[in-house]
Structure formats: C-alpha cells, structure tokens
Design a protein around this ligand. Structure first.
Ligand SMILES: Cc1cc2nc3c(=O)[nH]c(=O)nc-3n(C[C@H](O)[C@H](O)[C@H](O)COP(=O)(O)OP(=O)(O)OC[C@H]3O[C@@H](n4cnc5c(N)ncnc54)[C@H](O)[C@@H]3O)c2cc1C
Length: 361
C-alpha cells in the first residue's frame, strides 16, 4: 500500500493519518517537537459553531457537519485506544453584558432558527437561581444546546496512542522543504536528512506557511485554568469577556482566550492573563477565591481570510489541511474524512473547492 507522510502531528495530522491507516495506508508522521502538543493541546476544546456566531453560509455549514460527526468520531477513537476523551454535549451559553450585545445575540439566534437550528433565550432570573454568583451586568443570554466540548488534551492523548500503535513516528525532526520533480512530489528534506514517501499532507498548523508558500500565520492565544467544584458550572459560558469551560470530570475550569497577531512571541503577558481573570470574575464574581492551576499559550493557524486551506496543492501528491484558526478541534472529523476521500478515491467535494489554496492565487 502507498506510504503517506504527514507533516505535523496535531489533531488535523493525526486524524487524517488515522483515517488513511484504516483504509490500509502506511503512515509516517513527522513533527518538529513531540506529536500532539501544538495548538491542539493548548485549545479550549469547544465545539461551538453556533456560539461562535458564524455567519450563515458555507463555513457555518462545514462546522455544523463536523459537529454532527463528533460523537461517532469520539466513540470509535475511545473504542480503538481505550482512552476516555470526555466529549460532552454540555450546551454553550452566551451571556449578554449590555443591551447592544443582547440585541446582537437575539438577531443571530433568529437567523439560526430560520435554518432549523436549536437555541433559546434564558432570562437572568433563571441563571441567578442556578449559579453561586452571577456578574451584575449579565442581562440573560442565548443557550445553544447542541454546541458542546471535548477535553482536547485527552483527545490528543487518545490520538497519540492511536498514532504510536499504528504509525511510524518521527519526532524532533523539522521538515524544511518539499522536493519535487516535474511538478511531482519526490521526498521531504528535514533537519535530520530526507524522508521518502508516495505522497505528503501538510498539517503543520500555524507553521505551515514556513514550509509552503501559503498565507498561514500564527494568531496567539493565552489561557488559564483554575479549580472548580463538582457541578459548580454545568455548561460552557461564551461571551465577549471570556469563554469559561468546565471539564466534564470537574478537574478544571478552563478560561480563554486572548487573540493577538504578534508572530511566534512566546510567553504569557500580564495584560493577557488579566483580561482572562477579569472575564471570569465579571461572569462569576465568587470565582475570585479559586486556586490557579495553570497558565499557558499557543498559536492558532490563521489565514488571510480566516478560513481553512484544504485539498490538493499544485505539486502532484502534495495535499494541504491547515489554517483551521479558532475551530480546528471542531473541524478535525470532517477534515479527516474529506482529505482521506480525496487521497484514497480521488473524490472531490464542494468544501474542498471552496477552501482550496487556489483562492489566494
Ligand atoms: C488558545 C487557543 C484556543 C483554542 N480553542 C479552540 C476551541 O475551543 N475549539 C476549536 O475547535 N479550536 C480551538 N482552537 C484552535 C485549534 O486549537 C487549532 O485550529 C487546531 O489545534 C489546529 O490543529 P493542527 O493540527 O492544524 O495544528 P497543531 O495542533 O498546532 O499541530 C501542528 C503540528 O505541526 C508541527 N510542525 C510545525 N511545523 C513543522 C515542521 N516544519 N516540521 C514538522 N512538524 C512541524 C508542530 O510541532 C505541531 O505539533 C484554539 C487554539 C488556541 C491557540
């Protein structure tokens, strides 16, 4: 069977590798660091096409289709690896902190309702009865019951296990260049020599633009994690202040995320962390007493139009799956299916046309 080289072992690379492996392909994953610790480790793990307030259109539909695939994706992976991933259709609540935000949320809710999507307005009084404290400016908000979350670190643990059990893994090896001959892929050049294969898939996240001439760049995000008591917050809160994510096992409350275009500038900043803490206590004032567990940051793979880049490249046997920006955890199942069908069956898809690299040429 053909040998596929996957450049970058994040959620996108490992999910594609897994689909291809199931169809009989031999897979090698090459990562400049350890597999599974890029943006996919750093993320919040929200599956939030509606809460994100995406405009009605192709990208929303793409995200909704992937959300529909999630349960099966996780059930299968848990079965294959024995690693429990804590997929949780917790619902996501979007609180309004002003009349203006309330109007905007209602407008989006009504647009989604015309598409037959679920959602409902929840009054402040109902929230006051439910939670230990509630920010004084919260007027109420919209609950999207079909949005949810997954513990992305557990998910990466499961995908890592699948990968180490079934693929060849080459870690701490940076791909620097693709070699081609007459427009056809030949091999990869790395800082540790050459790697041969029949085809390759570029899934290098925020670093993809350093390998191929693609408009992909890092959009930095900072995050914090604090203690939470069992049942204290039973769904994600997603607002202009911050998003607040209780893990299914109540081991942690994750708060995210800042967004900055500062290149690969490592480290957490005072202003970033302050914004997140303020967002937390403006939503739940009593949380000021919580213990801090961890502070971290990472790089979303952004593109100039903020949509992913998927499908064939102009070099034969080179495929791209990158630029998933804020929604790469959500979009892993659909990306893996479409890219695998393209490689395995030469099967096209309208999303591959819409999100082709050709839109930038
Ligand atoms: C703070 C934050 C919060 C987020 N929250 C969410 C969320 O709630 N929901 C959601 O759906 N998405 C979220 N995202 C977005 C999501 O995390 C990303 O879109 C997704 O993880 C991208 O996956 P990836 O596999 O493309 O990239 P990554 O996970 O970054 O993996 C890329 C891999 O490629 C490797 N690599 C790079 N260059 C090379 C090279 N030259 N050679 C070899 N290997 C290389 C890297 O080491 C890395 O392991 C968030 C992102 C951030 C930063």
């Amino acid at each position: 069977m053909a040998k596929g080289l996957i450049i970058g072992g994040g959620i996108i690379g490992l999910s594609i590798g897994r689909e291809l492996h199931k169809r009989g392909y031999e897979i090698t994953v090459i990562d400049k660091d350890k597999v599974g610790y890029g943006a996919s480790w750093v993320a919040g793990g929200m599956l939030a096409p509606q809460s994100e307030g995406l405009d009605v259109g192709d990208f929303l539909n793409f995200c909704l289709e992937s959300r529909d695939m999630y349960k099966e994706f996780i059930d299968e992976l848990e079965e294959e690896t024995g690693v429990k991933v804590n997929f949780w259709k917790s619902g996501i609540f979007c609180p309004a902190f002003s009349e203006e935000e309330a109007n905007k949320l209602m407008e989006t809710l009504n647009k989604y309702k015309t598409l037959g999507l679920n959602g409902e307005w929840i009054r402040r009084e109902e929230l006051e009865n439910k939670y230990l404290s509630l920010g004084k400016d919260i007027l109420g908000g919209v609950l999207y019951g079909d949005d949810g979350q997954v513990d992305n670190r557990l998910l990466m643990k499961a995908l890592r296990k699948y990968a180490f059990d079934n693929f060849e893994i080459v870690e701490e090896t940076r791909v620097v260049r693709l070699e081609e001959n007459n427009g056809k892929f030949v091999r990869l050049e790395t800082n540790n020599g050459y790697i041969e294969g029949d085809f390759c898939v570029i899934t290098a996240g925020a670093w993809s633009g350093l390998i191929l001439d693609l408009p992909v760049f890092p959009i930095k995000g900072e995050m914090i994690g604090v203690d939470i008591d069992y049942g204290e917050v039973d769904r994600v809160f997603f607002s202009s202040k911050a998003y607040i994510i209780p893990r299914f096992d109540y081991s942690r409350l994750v708060i995210g995320a800042t967004e900055e275009r500062v290149g690969f500038k490592d480290g957490n900043t005072v202003k970033g962390v302050m914004k997140l803490f303020n967002g937390l206590i403006e939503t739940f004032p009593h949380m000021i007493d919580k213990n801090i567990q961890e502070i971290w940051f990472g790089y979303r793979p952004g593109t100039t139009d903020l949509y992913p880049i998927l499908g064939e490249y102009y070099i034969e046997n080179v495929y791209i799956a990158t630029g998933h920006y804020r929604n790469g955890i959500l979009l892993a199942p659909i990306t893996a299916k479409l890219i695998t069908n393209l490689i395995d069956k030469n099967e096209g898809n309208r999303y591959l046309d819409i999100f082709s690299y050709k839109r930038f040429v």
